[in-house]
Design a protein around this ligand. Structure first.
Ligand code: SF4
Length: 398
């Protein structure tokens, strides 16, 4: 079982809080009292996995002792990288024949593999089985998309407080005026970003850039403090990347401002994740998708469309061919295709027994997208230990 990085205790943050005691705790807003801290210390001594499932903390407290993938500087640059619970979980997964994870972790792997060309959040694998496959497209859109809130910018200002004694006020001001601009647009779909919003985004970008420069100018710190500095620098870098990506011309994305109870959030997600799945999943390994709700009226066309399994060729641009009702689709790998487009054919004409089991024993529906040789077992290929070392620090961690 492999979870996302934020599900494991980050020993570097825990150590930073431990060293800095209550000052650092209150700076991060973790809401610890002495009793909770004592329970946390006791749990830290006994936990073998660092998994948050049995941690004696609420969500807010847990956020103070965990990191997301985009914050973690990587084991090779971490003061306690050798002991890291998340790294150990990943190493165990590398040795396993079958790895169970959730769609967010897998979706992140798909997005990062497109960027870096290697599997990052899950081990290299031969077969992918997607349960609850009707959630695949929306989850991948969410992972591949961008989100901007006032809290995200303000959160960076708070994080800086754990490193700098004098945090520049520009960041807080930018967060607050960005929040007001988003509130004005709450509930609207945006086909272009209004000038007022663009101006706030640019202002936030500038403030985040100044904060990043301050962090860079600091001398090297010691142990956990240096890891914390790298974590905050990563936060700043990813926020800057997103601010710049969000302001680009909207072409293939859909962008809107979601009203919220406390604050509005700007979301920008790709409309079509089919090409991403085609290149990073279907072209690389067999994929079996299963769910009780894949078909509508006995036809798989709508679902196939959303996950990029519709034929896209000059002879059938609509994807309305008879094979759309087939429960089993088999895309041609890009290298097999003359035009590089995903070609979906029903295996019933080429491979009569190729996993044509649309209704499983449980009554669920199944969509096979690759070589579904009955003799092929469901397992992940093992990765050598040396690969794990080489993997560290090369790109964004899980
Ligand atoms: S490698 Fe990342 S998650 Fe692990 S302890 Fe270090 S900073 Fe935390």
């Amino acid at each position: 079982m492999l979870k996302g990085r934020s599900n494991y205790l980050c020993l570097a943050r825990y150590g930073q809080l431990h060293d800095g005691a209550q000052m650092a705790l209150s700076a991060d807003g973790g809401g610890f009292d002495a009793q909770t801290w004592s329970k946390l210390e006791e749990w830290r001594e006994t936990t073998e996995t660092g998994d948050r499932t049995d941690a004696p903390l609420d969500d807010r407290q847990w956020a103070s002792v965990s990191v997301s993938a985009r914050e973690c500087p990587g084991a090779s640059r971490c003061s306690v990288g050798d002991e890291c619970f998340a790294e150990k979980a990943k190493a165990r997964a590398m040795e396993a024949d079958i790895v169970v994870t959730n769609l967010h972790v897998y979706g992140l792997n798909v997005v990062l593999r497109e960027r870096h060309g290697i599997d990052i959040t899950v081990p290299e694998h031969d077969v992918l089985v997607v349960d609850e496959a009707h959630k695949l497209a929306p989850t991948l859109q969410q992972v591949a998309g961008l989100e901007l809130t006032e809290a995200r910018v303000a959160g960076l200002a708070r994080a800086l407080g754990s490193i700098l004694t004098d945090v520049p006020g520009g960041l807080e001001r930018s967060a607050s005026s960005l929040g007001l601009a988003l509130d004005e647009l709450a509930g609207q779909r945006l086909t272009t970003l209004p000038d007022a919003l663009l101006s706030e985004i640019d202002g936030a970008d500038q403030s985040v850039g100044e904060a990043a420069d301050l962090l860079k100018a600091l001398p090297t710190l010691k142990d956990h403090a240096q890891t914390e500095r790298l974590r905050v620098a990563n936060l700043a870098a990813s926020l800057r990347d997103d601010l710049q990506a969000i302001r680009r011309t909207i072409v293939d994305d859909v962008c809107w401002v979601e009203p919220g109870v406390q604050q509005a959030r700007l979301r920008r997600v790709p409309l079509d994740i089919g090409p991403l799945l085609a290149t990073q999943c279907y072209a690389r390994h067999s994929v079996i998708m299963t769910s009780a709700t894949l078909s509508i009226g006995g036809r798989f066309g709508v679902f196939a469309d959303t996950v990029g399994l519709t034929p896209r060729s000059a002879s059938d641009p609509s994807g309305a061919g008879p094979e759309r009702s087939s429960p089993t689709h088999r895309p041609t790998r890009p290298s097999d295709s003359t035009d590089g487009a995903t070609d979906v054919r029903s295996p019933s004409t080429t491979e009569p027994d190729a996993g044509d089991t649309d209704a499983g024993e449980s009554g669920g529906e199944r969509l096979d997208t690759g070589q579904s040789d009955a003799s092929q077992s469901l397992r992940c290929r093992r990765r050598r230990r040396s690969d794990i070392g080489a993997h560290r620090g090369r790109a964004e961690p899980l």
